[in-house]
Structures are given as structure tokens and as C-alpha cells.
Design a protein around this ligand. Structure first.
Ligand SMILES: *Cc1c(COP(=O)(O)O)cnc(C)c1O
Length: 239
């Protein structure tokens, strides 16, 4: 099957999950996770009308952004080291997995140097797994407030990853947990955090039922990624 076929199926599944939850389909953004895939795959994805791409490594994004540039909205979905922020603000349009105040401050500083403002999502480690990045839900409100005060940052919401499991219902409490965390932050701080980035190929329908506004899909669109050392630490081992 081609990417077009996969995309049609995915869109149907998104619509079904949205309907089941009484939500509007267009409230859910499809982020195409293109990491590890070659330029031809990205070209094909563009041809299908996909415009929001997720990459997790600077060195890989570099040549992809050079090639496709502003035809794409580039999301950084992987852990970012502080010494790479300067290049990251040049390459990416939004930071979807910011896992500390320190990092947000560095993004703010580098963004200010180039006179840009960046949308940002705070990654929360809802499942508590030690292999996952993200702030603990207990500190999320405090960190969110501090990030929101940074002038070159527009804090849009939260992001999380569920543990990989064959029993997909087990992911539900993690996604519900992120939504509850967001609701609590909004209540206690008065911030508005409309975006919830949650759900991957194996669990996006559950995530949508629990309020996801952005599903990050790689495998279901583009096939299984080849084992590669550019795979981020936070990706499930099973892939
Ligand atoms: C790789 C990755 C994805 C995509 O995972 P699939 O299971 O292939 O859909 C989503 N989110 C993050 C943060 C990733 O690193």
C-alpha cells in the first residue's frame, strides 16, 4: 500500500475515534513522524498533502529542512540537548517535547537572538517510567508557569508518551492523566493550554478519545523504521 492508502485509513480511524468521543475531527492534527525515513518518503508525504512533520534528531533534520524548508512545518519531537538549541531554533518551527525549564530558557534565549517566537509543548512523564523524558505531573504547573513567563515562548500545551503495550487499553490512564494534568494547571494558574500531543501509531485512537489534539504517527503511515542508532531513547524498543 502507498502512503496515500495508509493516510486514507488513518484519517478514517481518526474520524471514527473523534466521533466516538463526540469531538470534531478537525480538532485533531496529524503530525507525520518522518524520522529515519528518506527524502523520497517526505516528498511522497508532501504529495499527499501532509504539512506537519516530526523529527527527533538535529543532524537528521538538518538535511531534510535544507531540502524542503518552509513547505513543511517542522516539529521537534525528541529530547534536545542544550548545546544544540542554537541550531534547533534555526531548523524547527515548534518544540513539541520540551522536558525542562532549563531547556525552555535556552530556547527562549536563542529565539530572542534571531527575533522569533516559538510555540512549545511541555513534556510530562505521566507514566513515571525512568526511560521517558518529561517533568513529573507534580511539578508540571510550576514549570508551566515559569515557561509561560518567557517572552519568546508561546506555551501551547502538554505532550506525553504512553508505555508501549500490546494491550492498548492500558494506555488510557496515561492519556487521561495528561488531560487531567492540563485541567489542573489551567485551574491553578489561569493559563490556557489548548494543545495535547498524545498518541502514536499503536495507541492514537485511545488518545483521541481522551482528548488528544495532535497525534504523532510514523509507522502506520510509512511502515516500520529500520533499526538505527538515530532512533531516540524515548522510542519504544519494539519498533
Ligand atoms: C518515533 C516517535 C513517534 C512515532 O511513533 P510510531 O509508533 O511510529 O507512530 C511519535 N512520537 C515520538 C515522540 C516519537 O519519538
Amino acid at each position: 500500500m502507498s502512503i496515500t492508502d495508509h493516510l486514507a485509513l488513518v484519517q478514517e480511524k481518526i474520524a471514527t475515534a473523534a466521533k466516538k468521543a463526540g469531538r470534531a475531527t478537525d480538532a485533531i492534527q496529524l503530525l507525520a513522524v518522518t524520522k529515519t525515513h528518506p527524502l523520497e518518503t517526505l516528498e511522497e508525504a508532501l504529495g499527499c498533502g501532509l504539512r506537519e512533520f516530526g523529527e527527533s534528531k538535529i543532524q537528521e533534520a538538518r538535511f531534510k529542512v535544507d531540502r524542503f524548508g518552509s513547505r513543511v512545518r517542522w516539529h521537534l519531537i525528541g529530547h534536545l540537548q542544550k548545546n544544540k538549541v542554537k541550531e534547533a531554533v534555526r531548523l524547527f518551527d515548534c518544540f513539541d517535547a520540551v522536558d525542562s525549564l532549563d531547556l525552555a530558557e535556552e530556547i527562549n534565549r536563542r529565539a530572542d537572538e534571531i527575533g522569533k517566537t516559538f510555540p512549545l509543548l511541555l513534556q510530562v512523564n505521566v507514566s513515571g517510567e525512568s526511560t521517558k523524558f518529561g517533568v513529573s505531573p507534580a511539578y508540571a504547573a510550576c514549570v508551566a508557569e515559569a515557561i509561560n513567563a518567557l517572552p519568546r515562548i508561546e506555551l501551547r500545551g502538554l505532550m506525553t508518551m504512553a508505555p508501549y503495550t500490546d494491550e492498548v487499553e492500558k494506555t488510557r490512564p496515561v492519556f487521561a492523566g495528561l488531560r487531567e494534568c492540563r485541567d489542573q494547571i489551567e485551574q491553578s494558574t489561569g493559563l490556557k493550554l489548548p494543545d495535547l500531543s498524545m498518541g502514536m501509531s499503536n495507541d492514537f485512537e485511545i488518545a483521541i478519545e481522551e482528548g488528544s489534539t495532535s497525534v504523532r504517527l510514523g509507522t502506520i503511515l510509512f511502515g516500520v523504521r529500520k533499526a538505527s542508532k538515530i532512533r531516540p531513547l524515548s522510542t519504544p524498543d519494539d519498533l
